[in-house]
Design a protein around this ligand. Structure first.
Ligand code: ZN
Length: 464
């Protein structure tokens, strides 16, 4: 059985392969559908025999529908003197992902609502998306935006939004058991290195290693898919044959920050204990956090209708580094050393799961639960418990993505995720640290939208 010592010889090579992959696919303009996503999956398929899936536009997936496919050829803004203001050819973050086509001349005041910048980080280009509402926009450094003169601007976005398909890649590496370990990563961000490509690189390398092994007990399923809609699509198509015993969502694995483990919704699943043991015994700097119903695709796998034992193992979590969702999350921001350390950690987790050690005792935790009286609680039931319901189309969710400051929506996500009939609003307030009135407001809006039902009392928890 390969151990850490035999892998040590190959470490430099593995590091080079991960780095080389990231460098190769970094320039590609990815989105939740389209040719950029396909090219990225094809680059993975060059090294790893993943199966490529194409799910047609319009297919119903849980509460969602596979969207139209988006592709873009060119986009630019020219100023009053014909000068180039921004050009998609220079950086694919310049265009709001899923922008509808436009060719027009307009004044600066007409153009201005379509421009996005970061006043606090005036030299960086932000990353913005608009998947579920048709609009167009450009992203640019605030320093350039501030200096734009009055006059007539010419804008072009040569994109298409039409019936096509949603692509994802999948590989199942069989072990002795049909029970599966899920490794899932998102592949839908354009030129962003840490939030996107580092997860793909580590998962790809780990899968390559596991393919070489003949001693696996568990079967390992790797998913390379667009965030949210990809996981929802996969769950919709596989919900009747789920064999996931343990799972991890992989992202943000190339920066130099400490490791962070976000527990599954269950909080005490074997995967939670295993990762916490491995982090403790390796002695790397790390933090353990409780589940919250936002973040990456763990929010889908851990929706109450599935409640799979899937945690999220990252270095610095999303939104907590200044480079996050900006042009500074580039090739300079990720290092081979960090990627290798992340791969080593994931391999240790796999080996621990394979050993199936007695993990009844979890490592001491500093997390505390707040006790409260639940006698008079209000218990709700999520009526669309599989995956997240699509809040945007019901007017409950902001439609411009990429920005991490979306506090008003957190209350909705918490109420939906915890409303399995066994947690009342006070439980949810304790878990989420959101004040009860905000949760009451969110619950009322969800009842109004037909997504939530008030129960007369607690419902017995489902048997796992
Ligand atoms: Zn992201």
């Amino acid at each position: 059985m390969p151990n850490d010592a035999s892998f040590a010889i190959e470490r430099p090579l593995r590091g080079e392969r991960m780095w080389g992959f990231i460098e190769k696919v970094f320039p590609i303009c990815r989105s939740i559908t389209g040719d950029g996503l396909r090219q990225t999956l094809a680059a993975i398929a060059d090294d790893l025999p993943i199966r490529l899936h194409e799910v047609p536009t319009g297919e119903r997936v849980l509460d969602w529908v596979v969207p139209k496919e988006w592709n873009i050829r060119q986009a630019w803004i020219r100023g009053p003197g014909g000068e180039e203001v921004v050009d998609f050819a220079n950086h694919n973050l310049h265009v709001v992902s899923y922008s509808v086509p436009v060719r027009a001349e307009m004044s600066l005041s007409k153009l201005r609502p379509h421009l996005y910048s970061l006043p606090e980080q005036p030299d960086l280009i932000p990353y913005r998306t608009s998947y579920y509402r048709e609009r167009w926009g450009f992203c640019l450094p605030h320093r350039i935006l501030e200096d734009l003169p009055e006059g007539t601007y010419e804008v072009l976005i040569d994109s298409t939004l039409e019936d096509g398909a949603l692509s994802y890649g999948e590989i199942l590496i069989p072990g002795q058991l049909e029970d599966e370990v899920l490794l899932s990563c998102h592949a839908c961000h354009p030129s962003l290195a840490n939030d996107n490509l580092s997860g793909l690189a580590v998962c790809k390398s780990l899968a390559e290693e596991l393919l070489e092994r003949s001693d696996l007990r568990y079967s390992y399923r790797f998913l390379f898919l667009p965030g949210t809609i990809g996981a929802i699509t996969w769950l919709a198509r596989n919900q009747d044959r789920l064999r996931i015993r343990h799972g991890l969502v992989a992202a943000n694995l190339g920066d130099s920050g400490a490791f962070h483990y976000k527990r599954s919704r269950r909080s005490d699943a074997v995967i939670d204990r295993t990762v916490e043991h491995v982090l403790a015994e390796t002695g790397v700097e790390h933090a353990i956090e409780e589940f919250v119903p936002f973040g990456y695709d763990e929010r889908q796998y851990c929706s109450p209708g599935f409640d799979l034992p899937v945690g999220c193992l990252t270095r610095t979590p999303w939104g907590r580094y200044p480079e996050y969702h900006t042009s500074a999350d580039n090739l300079d921001f990720v290092s081979t050393a960090a990627l290798l350390e992340s791969l080593d950690l994931y391999r240790r987790v796999v080996n621990r799961l394979e050993e199936g050690l007695d993990l009844d005792k979890r490592v001491p935790s500093v997390l505390v639960k707040t006790p409260h009286n639940r006698q008079e609680g209000r218990f709700y039931l999520n009526l669309a418990p599989k995956g997240e319901p699509q809040l945007g189309r019901r007017g409950l969710y902001g439609s411009l993505g990429g920005d991490s400051g979306r506090d008003p929506e957190m209350a909705l996500l918490w109420v939906l995720n915890m409303s399995d009939g066994s947690h009342d609003l006070a439980d949810i307030a304790a878990r989420s640290a959101i004040e009860l009135p905000r949760l009451e407001h969110a619950a009322a809006a969800l009842v109004e939208a037909g997504l939530l039902e008030l129960l007369s009392g607690p419902k017995p928890a489902a048997v796992r």
